[in-house]
Design a protein around this ligand. Structure first.
Ligand code: SF4
Length: 218
């Protein structure tokens, strides 16, 4: 089976397996999603959601995020880890948004990726989920791992994985593709002990086929 053929099967099957796949970071606005995604670095979505429920009560717009004392911001986001760097980046980001984008989160990759603490992955999350713009594919640890196991990419570099995925899946599916792979990575194809024997993708997965013969999935 070629990569394109496998991608076509996945595009048909994953929406049936995960009809409710979605961004698991709770948000009401593009700004909230941007802040939540910055906080999600090295942290679970579940923990971020607990923190943002309090944070978004305290800070409702860019001005609030700019004016909140940094010690208070650090205290609220403390449990997400790397809280000093994240607090600094959040305040630098909202300052840039106020000064260069009239207080509104920009809607293009170049402007988003230029914000403090915002890389290509965060920009793709915001574009795809807050604005419905499929500019690229979000490649996090789950998407990278599953892409390699499913034979969609052989690369470790997220940018190269993204390029491979973008080549084999139609653009209108890019945001959903990340959600499907993340859902599958959390529920079936975990980093350790993937459940290949009961996996819905076993028949098309080269790693699963090897695992059935006794090999340990990478
Ligand atoms: Fe992951 Fe195994 Fe399923 Fe392949 S068969 S996607 S390695 S759980």
């Amino acid at each position: 089976m070629t990569r394109s053929e496998r991608a076509a099967v996945l595009a048909a099957r994953l929406p049936i397996i995960y009809p409710d796949a979605h961004c698991e970071l709770e948000h009401q606005t593009p700004l909230e999603l941007l802040i939540a995604t910055i906080l999600s670095a090295q942290c679970t979505d579940k923990r971020v959601n607990i923190v943002t429920r309090q944070l978004f009560q305290r800070c409702r717009n860019v001005q609030d995020f700019e004016e909140i004392p940094i010690a208070e911001l650090e205290s609220i986001i403390h449990s997400t880890g790397f809280y000093r760097a994240k607090a600094k980046n959040i305040q630098a980001t909202v300052k840039q948004i106020i000064e260069h984008h009239q207080g509104a989160v920009p809607r293009d990759m170049e402007s988003l990726a230029a914000l403090a603490g915002v890389g290509r992955k965060t920009a793709n999350v915001v574009l795809g989920n807050a604005f419905g713009i499929n500019d690229g594919v979000v490649v996090d640890t789950h998407v990278g791992r599953l892409s390699r196991r499913l034979g969609l990419s052989r690369h470790a570099d997220p940018v190269k994985v993204e390029r491979d995925l973008a080549r084999h899946f139609p653009r209108h599916l890019w945001a959903l593709l990340s959600h499907w792979l993340i859902f599958h990575g959390r529920r079936r194809c975990m980093s350790r002990n993937p459940q290949c024997g009961s996996c819905e993708l076993l028949d098309i997965c080269p790693t699963g086929a090897r695992a059935q013969k006794g090999a340990t999935p990478p």
